[in-house]
Design a protein. Structure first.
Length: 173
């Protein structure tokens, strides 16, 4: 049986879903009723019904909440996204971009051994089913500009600002 939960976060509601294989999805819930569509995607990933189960999702939801408070910089979750071999290689490369830093689409393309595939990296990045944990928000244009983000550029900027502020040393009065 696959499991799911919806949590509130500073960047909106998040759908969290997985199975015994690991975490399959963290997606933004942008409108009322979208939860059913997201649960259907999870069921397609797992090949089994998705049931609301906050306890089964607790490791992911707890770590996400810690991330949003600045208390967590790395996630310790078993990930099980579904995608093509290329998409999986891109999503794995996202995990190597350190907290508070960014990389360009071209740098990710080079990291996956396809240096001329920055557009394909952008497409794979846009289909990342495990937002935030596989930090697609850390991928920027070659000139450092914020480009494309499935959750919207306002969310991307918020996440990058969260990480930057958590890295700033505290000021002494």
């Amino acid at each position: 049986m696959s499991y799911c939960d919806i949590i509130d976060s500073p960047v909106g509601r998040l759908f969290v879903g997985g199975s015994g294989a690991g975490l399959h999805r963290i997606e933004f819930v942008n409108e009322d009723g979208e939860e059913a569509v997201l649960a259907a995607r999870l069921e397609d990933d797992c090949g089994e019904p998705a049931e609301p189960d906050p306890r089964a999702a607790a490791a992911a939801t707890t770590q996400l909440r810690e991330y949003f408070t600045g208390a967590r910089r790395e996630f310790e979750l078993t990930l099980a996204p579904r995608g093509t071999e290329f998409q999986l290689s891109v999503w794995k490369a996202l995990l190597d971009v350190p907290y508070g830093e960014t990389a360009s689409y071209g740098e990710i393309a080079a990291a996956v051994g396809r240096p001329s595939a920055s557009r394909a990296v952008g497409a794979a990045n846009g289909r990342n089913p495990i937002s935030i944990v596989a930090p697609c928000h850390r991928i920027v244009g070659a000139n450092g500009s914020l480009t494309g983000y499935g959750g919207g550029l306002d969310r991307k900027a918020w996440l990058l600002n969260l990480e930057a502020s958590a890295l700033r040393p505290a000021r002494v009065a």
